[in-house]
Design a protein around this ligand. Structure first.
Ligand code: NOJ
Ligand code: CA
Length: 731
């Protein structure tokens, strides 16, 4: 690790150079910072009204025009503390507020350079370089004497900055009405976006110019409510964009801790995006006490789509691992009693009768309604199949009482997370799984009754310890209790992290569905091995997903951390199996490609043993593919079109390659230069010539050929298709 002061090299002022770290007024107005390789440049300025602005260029091309920085805070400029006396806390609209975004003077600056290489516990590569130049600007607002620091870190692949509120000034406790950060895009970029909902990220992506988002939103997204919805929430991050000059720019955030999730309001005329924080039940945004800071705001800049996929900026802006002993954290390949319920062939609940209060149903007197999937025989069937094929774990959903009246009943005491249904023998099934060398994965659907979950968390994790579960899938379906809170507000952001840190105390790994989208916190808490936080495979059973979806997710949702996408569906026709009309819009070869293109240390083979049994030769790839990587090569990609990635497995050194395409067929010659010396048997799982995601999704071919690093492999992907390749060294 290297940290050094580079005051005069980095900090070029309009007329003056400063290397002050003292808080004394200086008379300069513009400060510049270069990335380590010099290609990115940013400027910080204070205008005539004392408004702080920053801009960014790449190779001299404007990326961000000067954008405003600051806040609107609750209270009055004179008040030292916020007045909480009013028992009916007024809505933010009617409360006195003041602007903390003007009238600033710079009292000093600090600069430094940082260079380290660190090793994640699991990841897309085994070592990551964290190299940046930093500028810290100290500001004071003249009228209030309140202090604000802004810390900028400029990497070769983008900019990170955050606000820091130092202790010791006039500002102690304060409430944020709004963060006013602007990202003033220099031109009318094309964006891949989903609407700025405060409770769901489960949308398909729209693609259009920034100037077209508003109209597009009105037409497609929300019917009569769309205008209000648009002006109140905008679009979500991670927002992937592409400019006419060829730059790929991505706006997101890193290290979202004790603060609400940021959405972006879109001004289509000026191409300016402005932060819009998720409100709490009162309409306020963040409750703060100095010293404190916001998450990092990130602006990644890449010259190609593959460079964007290789960026580690979001992880680098997170704190190092906070867990001392990580020996119990490990990647997991799993199957689950899951898809049959999602697709309607089974159910989570044991009876159809609502329980007046939890446990009030006498299950010993009632027969299951016949479709309760988490029963002993069915679970044993999954354990047998998963063990036979070398999986690490089996997830079982619907094992515990309470499902009779879960989501959207607004019921507080809905689950206790410890009482199994009578046909799920928790003791015997865990013993059976362990005897076969695998573990069960716990399931905690909270039904978004979050205080209830926190009340039971200690007992729930202790139960897991007692029976030998080391991973939990949690879920947050429905409206949040306490009522009025949102999934992405500060209160819930704190809850998700609480659940992860408490889990770490119990040596439990967490995979949270419907939680706030990841911001790289898995670097600090690597027991957070997965999140859903986007539209996943389940939507194939809820009406289908367009094939392009999985060519966009690596640029957006996966920018913050791995996704439990749950790939591997081999039977696309859900009608034949369970009467559901949905069709899985992907070929079998596409589903195999996802194990490489959708990085996750937690990978599910989501289909059923019966369906896999019909295609054992294709299933072999799911058995073989690694889930933790030493190295990743992003070979060809374009958001919304295709993604092709090669990865080297950690430990074994074996290479795998995967690709997926949108609704268009595509052909590529893949240079194999990533292979080490020697010859390899490339086993290619490809779409058959007549494969098509709608009409012929199960048509695939498996071929073998001997290759070396000097060769290229020709692959063709069908509409909605893909491919997967495993490389085995020739003896
Ligand atoms: C939604 C989750 O995404 C899904 O995986 C889960 O099975 C259900 N909720 C029930 O918890
Ligand atoms: Ca979900």
């Amino acid at each position: 690790m290297k940290k050094s002061c580079l005051a005069s090299a980095l900090l070029l002022l309009a007329g003056l150079v400063s290397c002050n770290s003292a808080r004394e007024a200086v008379t300069v107005e513009t400060y510049s910072l270069s990335s380590p390789d010099g290609t990115l440049q940013m400027e910080f300025t204070l205008d005539d009204e004392g408004v702080a602005r920053y801009s960014l260029t790449a190779d001299g091309t404007p990326i961000l025009n000067p954008g405003r920085l600051g806040f609107e805070l609750r209270g009055t400029v004179k008040a030292r503390e916020i007045d909480f006396d009013d028992p009916a806390l007024p809505k933010s609209d009617s409360s006195p507020c003041y602007f903390f975004d003007r009238d600033f003077v710079v009292t000093g600056t600090d600069t430094c350079s940082f260079d380290e290489t660190w090793s994640p516990v699991w990841g897309e590569e085994s070592s990551i370089r964290n190299h940046y130049n930093e500028l810290l600007v100290h500001l004071v607002q003249k009228e209030t004497s309140r202090l604000l620091d802004i810390r900028f870190r400029l990497f070769d692949d983008g900019l990170g900055f955050r606000y820091e509120f130092p202790q010791g000034g006039d500002l102690v406790y304060f409430v944020i009405k709004e963060e006013l950060t602007e990202f003033a895009m220099a031109s009318d970029y094309t964006a891949w976006w989903i609407p700025g909902d405060f409770d769901s990220q489960e949308y398909e992506y729209e693609v259009c110019r920034l100037s077209e988002i508003e109209a597009n939103f009105m037409n497609n997204m929300r019917g009569n409510d769309s205008q209000t919805f648009f002006s109140k929430s905008g679009v979500q991050t991670s927002l992937q964009m592409k400019g006419d000059e060829g730059y790929y720019v991505n706006i997101h955030e890193a290290a979202l801790v004790d603060y609400p999730c940021m959405h972006l309001l879109v001004d289509g005329k000026t191409h300016t995006l402005r932060s819009f924080l998720t409100p709490d039940a009162q309409g306020w945004k963040g409750y703060m006490q100095t010293p404190c800071n916001t998450p990092w705001r990130t602006v990644q800049v890449a010259r190609s789509a593959t460079q964007q996929l290789a960026s580690r900026l979001v992880l680098n802006l997170n704190e190092p691992c906070a867990i001392e002993d990580v020996s119990w954290i490990h990647p997991v390949k799993y199957m689950g009693v899951w898809w049959e319920m999602i697709a309607g062939a089974g159910s989570w609940s044991y009876t159809d009768v609502p329980s007046v209060k939890l446990g009030s149903i006498d299950y010993s007197q009632s027969e299951p309604h016949g479709r309760h999937s988490a029963n002993n025989d069915n679970v044993r069937k999954y354990i047998d199949f998963a063990a036979e094929h070398g999986f690490d774990a089996v997830l079982v959903e619907g094992w515990n009482i309470g499902w009779e009246d879960w989501a959207n009943c607004s019921k507080d005491y809905v689950f206790d997370f410890v009482t199994p249904y009578p046909d799920f023998d928790i003791d015997a099934l865990n013993a059976y799984a362990h005897s076969k060398g695998l573990r069960l994965v716990m399931h905690h659907e909270t039904s978004s009754s979050v205080r209830n979950y926190e009340r039971h968390l200690e007992k729930a994790y202790s139960l897991m310890n007692e029976y030998g579960y080391d991973a939990v899938k949690s879920g947050y379906v429905g409206d949040i209790l306490p009522r009025g809170e949102h999934h992405y507000g500060q209160w819930m952001v704190n809850h998700y992290l609480y659940a992860v840190t408490e889990a770490a105390r119990h040596h439990v790994m967490v995979n949270a569905h419907e939680a706030v989208r990841p911001t790289g916190l898995c670097r600090t808490y690597p027991n957070l091995i997965g999140n859903e936080s986007a539209m996943g495979t389940e939507y194939q059973a809820f009406g289908g997903i367009q094939p392009k979806h999985t060519t966009i997710l690596p640029f957006t949702r996966l920018n913050g951390g791995p996704m439990d996408y749950t790939p591997g569906i081999f039977e696309q026709n859900l009608k034949e199996w369970c009467g559901n009309d949905s069709h899985v819009n992907a070929t079998i070869a596409n589903q195999l490609g996802l194990y490489v293109t959708m990085y996750s240390p937690l990978q599910m083979a989501a289909d059923t043993p019966e369906h896999y049994s019909r295609f054992m030769d294709a299933f072999q790839f799911i058995k073989d593919v690694a889930v933790d990587w030493e190295e990743s090569r992003y070979l060809c990609a374009e958001p919304g079109d295709y993604v092709i990635i090669a990865r080297k497995a950690k430990g074994t050194g074996e290479w795998f390659c995967g690709g997926v395409t949108d609704e268009n067929a595509r052909e590529f010659d893949i240079p194999l230069g990533f292979l080490p010396e020697g010859t390899f048997t490339a086993k290619v799982y490809a779409d058959a010539p007549d494969a098509h995601y709608l009409t012929n999704p199960q048509a695939y071919s498996i071929t073998e050929q001997t290759v070396s690093s000097a060769d290229s492999l020709h692959v063709r992907m069908a509409p909605g298709g893909g491919f997967a390749i495993s490389f085995e060294a020739c003896k």
